[in-house]
Design a protein around this ligand. Structure first.
Ligand code: DAH
Length: 342
């Protein structure tokens, strides 16, 4: 047998068995076997001395050996590339991390629900500034100069200019809208309000209200009552009852406070309604003619009703939340309980 064929067989056995433990060794193998000056290169050089009758057989054997060596080296190289990927911590076959979805804040859920109810009745939405002046928060709303709400104890004023203050209620937006628009006006005003109060489970210095205003010819107290009954039944359930108790606000005459039958116990009495069967939810009344006149609306021609309510209070009643501070702490354990509510 030709000595070249022996050599080829030896090399084939060697290459088949070869194994490496580091990536650099693969490159050494490539140089040793398949580079021009490597063992295969030498074989090709020696090929010219092979006798003619063996050239076919030896040539084929060298080519097969070359193919084997190239495949083997590529295989070894690939195996290290795989390792690289694992070592860098990326495994493209792993399923993705599930993304946690946020949830709407309970105050937004209830606010949106209330907005939906009033827009179904044809109310539009308007907003006004949180930093206000005395005229829009008090004077135009018929507050007498000595009214206690004007006291520093209740209202945040800017020290250098007591005419600049944080609005204590969204009733100020009534004035902003009526100053710019003649009736018919039918709108609600959601927004944030500020009062100089100690923070406790029941009160906060920042909270939210929704104000409503309807001014047109022949608007009556019956319209007010029916609007509020519809609202209460949409928000608290169709079996809800309302009751209006006489009250006083400077900007409405007559004025009332509205209670809704307790949606937790159905009116039979529980600790949420303090065993009365009723929950107080808003203030309302017929717009005082002085307020219309302050906005240049003819109080002989037009009448109107207004109402205002706290969004925190209603949300607490709806969900049985006992502490108003939960709304502002933004603890996800509290917030995520409302995920399915909207
Ligand atoms: N502004 C009142 C408050 O903050 C709530 C209110 C009562 C608004 C009667 C009204 C109303 O529009 O008619 O306590």
């Amino acid at each position: 047998m030709n000595p070249m064929l022996d050599k080829i067989r030896e090399l084939r056995d060697e290459i088949e068995k070869v194994s490496v433990s580091a990536k650099e060794e693969v490159e050494e193998l490539r140089i040793k076997y398949i580079s021009k000056k490597g063992l295969l290169g030498q074989l090709f050089n020696e090929f010219k001395d092979v006798p003619a009758e063996l050239k076919k057989e030896v040539g084929q054997a060298i080519n097969e050996l070359k193919e084997l060596a190239v495949n083997k080296i590529n295989e070894l190289k690939d195996s290290f590339e795989g390792n690289d990927q694992e070592m860098s911590g990326i495994d493209l076959t792993m399923p993705g991390e599930p993304m946690k979805l946020g949830s709407r804040h309970p105050l937004s859920i209830v606010k949106n629900e209330m907005i939906d109810i009033f827009t179904r009745l044809g109310f539009t939405i308007a907003e006004g500034p949180e930093i206000e002046d005395d005229w829009h928060v008090f004077s135009a709303l018929n507050f007498p100069p000595e009214h206690p709400a004007r006291d520093m104890q209740d209202t945040f004023f800017i020290e250098k200019n007591p005419d600049v203050l944080l609005r204590t209620h969204t009733s100020s937006v009534q004035i902003r809208v009526m100053e710019k628009t003649q009736p018919p006006i039918r709108a609600i005003f959601p927004g944030r309000v500020f009062r100089n109060e100690a923070i406790s489970a029941r009160s906060h210095c920042i909270f939210h209200q929704i104000e409503g205003l309807y001014v047109d010819e022949n608007v009556s107290f019956a319209d007010l009552k029916q609007t509020l009954l519809y609202f209460a039944r949409e928000l608290f359930g169709e079996k809800s009852q309302i009751r209006l108790r006489p009250s006083y606000f400077p900007f409405t005459e007559p004025s009332a406070e509205m209670d809704v039958s307790c949606s937790i116990c159905g009116g039979t009495g529980c600790n949420v309604c303090k065993y009365t069967g009723w929950l107080e939810i808003l203030g309302c009344g017929m717009v005082d003619p002085n307020v219309l006149e302050a906005c240049n609306i003819d109080s002989k021609k037009y009448t109107g009703f207004a109402f205002g309510m706290g969004i925190e209070r209603i949300t607490m009643l709806k969900y049985g939340i006992k502490d108003i501070r939960h709304f502002f702490e933004n603890d996800v354990r509290f917030l995520k309980q409302f995920e399915s509510a909207n």
